[in-house]
Design a protein around this ligand. Sequence first.
Ligand code: UT7
Length: 332
Amino acid sequence: MKAAITATGRYFPAREVPNSYFYDDLGLDTNDEWIVSRTGIETRRLADPSKGETCSFMATQAARACLADAGLEAGDLDAIVVATVTPDQPLPSVACFTQAALGAKGFAFDLVAACSGFVYGLDVCAAMVESGRAKRVMFIGADHMSSILDFADRNTCILFGDAAGAVLIEQVPDDHPGTIHRSLLRADGTGAKHLQIPAGGGRLPIDEGILAERMHKVKQEGRVVFRHAVSSIVKVVRQYFEEEQLDVEDVALFIPHQANRRIIEAAADRLRVPRDKTVITIDRFANTTAASIPTALDLAREEGRVKVGDRLLFATFGAGFTWGAQTITWGV
Ligand code: UT7
């Protein structure tokens, strides 16, 4: 039995926040030239929780768009899986809130792998479908990054956006053109200290001191993460190509995690992937963590860049550290 992605959907909040927001409105010591030249980000969408735009709201909207693309109802799903690091609340999962909002049945759980959440989760969901444990899984990468950013820290707050991207993973017959191929996943927990939210869990529960030091918000040593990101993505993709006996010419489209335009272009250059085969959305949407690859896939489909039989390469790097490479063949 094989698994394939048979539909996609996305949700971006309506509120568009240009780079000028950070220096004009928040008074941070930054500027458009720095942000664009160092990250490639021109604007991003940020959720408005006063309008109910939480992680599960975005996940639900993306799932609805995906169901519409598939021509299916929520009741047709066997499972809902959400990759996220920004749940509505610590307990229960975003997937359970999403299930209730959709009016779906079946099992539901969240998966934590930060910016690698989509690639990790795609592998988990594909394995469930291939093994017959579920026939149809709605898999959503959703992150409400603005809920965990320190808007006084220019090093991090300019980098992220909010979004959700959904894919439907279904059992398909062996002669179906679509396939989710194997992945190559990696983790190195010794890198945890370089990108983390230090407090808010069992180790450092929230108290006044934690709040005063903003320890419940994202902290990143950007330069260290940058260096690891480029070399790890290049290495894991090269190993993946070797093991799968693939060549860069076999890849119709490279859809990398969108953390920094310079990371994407450096990795693509070293892998010899041409610019016209590399999907870039970071200019418009910034880094949306687990949502970056599925929203980029959905946008690429809408732009007519994905055709039946195309082999699509996903690659990612993020907190943990976690990273990995994965390919699918598009089939609908
Ligand atoms: O998706 C999860 C994984 N995350 C990533 O992959 C992010 C990886 N890292 C990056 O994308 C980059 O490291 C950043 C965009 C975060 C930073 O770019 P950089 O070229 O590595 O800059 P830097 O951290 O080396 O900082 C250079 C300078 C510093 O000033 P000094 O120490 O040289 O005086 C920073 O304080 O730029 C300063 N800086 C800023 N200046 C204006 C940092 N943030 C800003 C800012 N505006 N927003």
